[in-house]
Design a protein around this ligand. Structure first.
Ligand SMILES: [Zn+2]
Length: 311
């Protein structure tokens, strides 16, 4: 997939005016929340260029003593590779780098080690080689204010409740704003579905979906779903995993082995075609074929592995 340095502001489609939605091509949406005390960037997009654009959208609101705060919902590249704009390089030996706009970056205590992993550095190097004009300037920069549980930002008029919602990744947070019944679910739910990084992530991911669906949220915005998806997408994601669980349980009861290899026709063996697990609506028919075939099969394989461990 190729990336773009463009970031556009999405026209308000009925959500509270204090929330701005930024879109980076077809990849990801990020958010700016303007409160009485703080302007909060929820994620920093894919690189310093897109983060700078986000900062430009936020700048007009940095008035009346409002401070800039940054949140990383999790440490995937499309959510935090613009972090360097907000954190100065303090190492005396290398240290020339000043933050463009210093601000604390709030993120899970589980995130920083992910920036140190050799895989993260290899992945960045690969992306820099493939698309130097997009990723050439990225410096991996972990969050600086580390949180472990629920964390509250008292913005004055608006309260941001940062809720741990592990599953997609173990460091994932969503943001609930009770005064306006608004949930920024990030990647805890997606169209067509969130992906757990490992089979172990599947149960917490479903718990997180249930936790978010129980919130009194009228407006729900996601990083990878249309802004019109609403609360219904949480319920559709829950129903999807329930449907594949039922199909997997039935298949195991028929005697299929839980450790199917990737090359067998998983969907036929488990009898769980894509259409039977999702709503009968255009946005579900129109998802990329991968999600209906390979991606859907991966979810089923993860479910089978989890159910096999359960006993
Ligand atoms: Zn993402």
């Amino acid at each position: 997939m190729s990336h773009t340095n463009e970031l556009q502001l999405i026209e308000n489609q009925g959500w509270d005016e204090r929330i701005l939605v930024c879109r980076n091509g077809r990849l990801v949406d990020t958010f700016i929340v303007v409160t009485g005390r703080f302007v909060v960037l929820v994620d920093t997009v894919i690189n310093p260029q897109t983060a700078a654009q986000m900062l430009e959208y936020a700048r007009p609101y940095l008035t009346n003593g409002r401070q800039l705060l940054v949140i990383n919902t999790h440490a995937d590249y499309d959510h935090c590779w613009g972090n360097q704009l907000f954190v100065g390089d303090t190492a005396p030996s290398t240290g020339s780098g000043q933050a463009v706009h210093p601000a604390p970056i709030i993120g899970s205590h589980l995130s920083p080690p992910k920036f140190q992993q050799p895989e993260a550095k290899t992945y960045l190097a690969k992306m820099q080689q493939l698309e130097p004009e997009v990723f050439g300037e990225v410096v991996l920069t972990p969050p600086t204010l580390l949180i472990q549980d629920r964390f509250v930002i008292a913005g004055g008029d608006l309260t941001l409740e940062l809720l741990p919602t592990p599953g997609h990744t173990d460091d994932h947070y969503s943001v609930f704003i009770p005064e306006i019944g608004t949930l920024l679910a990030a990647d805890a739910a997606e169209l067509p579905y969130p992906m757990a990084r490992t089979p172990d992530g599947l149960p917490p991911m479903r718990e997180s979906l249930a936790k978010l669906a129980a919130l009194p949220a009228e407006t729900v915005l996601y990083c990878h779903a249309p802004v019109t998806s609403g609360r219904q997408l949480l319920l559709d994601n829950i129903a999807y995993f329930n449907a594949i669980e039922a199909a997997c349980r039935a298949a195991l009861a028929r005697g299929i082995a839980p450790n199917l290899s990737e090359d067998v026709d998983v969907l036929a063996l488990v009898d769980c075609a894509w259409e039977t697990a999702v709503p009968d609506a255009p946005e579900w028919h129109n998802v990329h074929d991968y999600y209906k075939t390979g991606g859907h099969a991966s979810q089923i394989l993860a479910m089978l592995q989890w159910l096999a461990q359960e006993v």
